[in-house]
Structure formats: C-alpha cells, structure tokens
Design a protein around this ligand. Structure first.
Ligand code: GRF
Length: 219
C-alpha cells in the first residue's frame, strides 16, 4: 500500500472544516492523515478537536512575533518537522505569504465561503446578501500569493432566499464546505489535480453532471 498523504492543517477558529476532514480521513473516504494542526490562536476550538482525534497540535501565536516573515518561518519549520505533504488552511485567518508558499509549491489549499472570483476577502456572506446575489456557495482552491485568487478545484452552490440572514447563509454554505473540502483533498491525494495556466484539470476526469440551477424558479 502506498504511503498516506500527510496533511498539515492551519486553523484559527472553531474548526468545523478540520472536523469534517478528520472524520473523512477516519472513515477512509479521504486517503490521508492529518499529522499536525498549527493554530495561531491559543483559544481556538480547532485545538480541542485535533487533540480529541489524537493529532499533534502546535500553537504559534502571531502576536509573539514582531516580524511577519519570522511567524511564517516558524510555521514552515513546524510543517517540515511533521513531514507534511499538503497544507490545508481550515479557517486560518492570516494571509499566507511566499515564505510558506515557496516551501510547499502548489501544495497549499484553502476553502472560501463564496463563489470565487465573486466576494473574496472577509464577511463575504453579508457581502453576497447585500449585493442581492441569488446564489452563493463555497470554493476550494490552491493558494497563490493573492487573496483568494488561486486556481479553483471544486465549488458548491447554494441559493440565497429573500429571508436569508448572514447567519442562515453562512450555515447553508458551511454544510457544503464540509462536503467539498474532503473531496478536493481526496482528488489531490489521488494525484488527479493538474494546474494548466490557472485552470485545474482533473485527470482522469470525473463524469460531468450538466445541471443548471435557477433561483427564483421559473414557475
Ligand atoms: C469557513 O467558513 C471557511 O470557509 C472560512 O472560515 C470558516 C472557518 O470555519 N475560511 P471553521 O473554523 O472550519 O468552522
């Protein structure tokens, strides 16, 4: 049997995406193992989730670094120490710079709670509502040096209804995040993701499902 993909996860918050990945690794639908969780926030709920799953946790508090590069170097050192193959950002609220990207080229993934390239950045559920979009969703992408600009691997779409709030929309999107992040990681683990220009080609391809969504409905 080939060696399992070794994941290093970076998180700042509650860690529900981390949990989804832990669970899918445990049930075998993702052929990988999270070998380290690095947290910049000592109070993050993600830490308890990782500990419960027996995953090594490392806290690297950005506030104890004067220099941004030194913070990133500390993260790289912890990832290398754990012999990580893939870095997964799971609600990591710091911008990832070249120090990390150059150490893991095309090996850093992120999940974003909007349909990129619409609504990059923060507070994007509220931004989608305020804009009057009829759909939003989530995106798993490779991380590049921009903010939420890297090549897109997988997206899920959810409808926005007139009575949606920021919280209700975030909750709907989160349900889909927990499905598509493990899926993207499994495609990576299978070696099926190839980046051509900025497109991610899935090779061998998956069956296309040619489904159009319309909101509000035609009748
Ligand atoms: C998610 O909405 C994710 O898309 C965004 O931050 C949130 C993290 O949630 N990047 P959790 O910590 O995984 O619960």
């Amino acid at each position: 049997m080939s060696k399992k993909l070794r994941i290093g996860a970076l998180a700042s918050g509650g860690g529900t995406n981390l949990q989804a990945i832990i669970d899918r690794c445990a049930d075998g639908s993702v052929e990988a193992e999270i070998v380290v969780l690095i947290c910049n926030n000592p109070g993050a709920g993600a830490i308890a989730r990782a500990e419960k799953a027996g995953i090594e946790t490392v806290t690297i508090d950005h506030r104890s670094f004067d220099d941004r590069t030194d913070f990133d170097k500390a993260i790289v050192a912890a990832l290398q120490q754990a012999e990580v193959d893939l870095v997964v950002l799971a609600g990591f609220m710091r911008i990832v710079t070249e120090t990390i990207l150059d150490s893991f080229p095309n090996r850093v993934l992120n999940i974003h709670p909007a349909l990129l390239p619409s609504f990059p950045g923060l507070h994007v559920q509220q931004k989608a509502l305020d804009y009057g979009a009829r759909f939003s969703g989530c995106t798993v992408h490779f991380v590049d040096s921009g903010v939420d600009t890297g090549p897109i691997i997988i997206q899920a779409v959810v409808p926005i209804f007139d009575d949606d709030t920021e919280d209700s929309l975030a909750a709907k999107i989160l349900v889909q995040e927990h499905k598509i992040y493990p899926r993207a990681i499994q495609l990576f683990a299978e070696g099926r993701l190839r980046i051509e220009n900025r497109r991610v080609i899935i090779d061998p391809p998956l069956a296309n499902e040619d489904v159009a969504l319309i909101n509000p409905p035609l009748r």
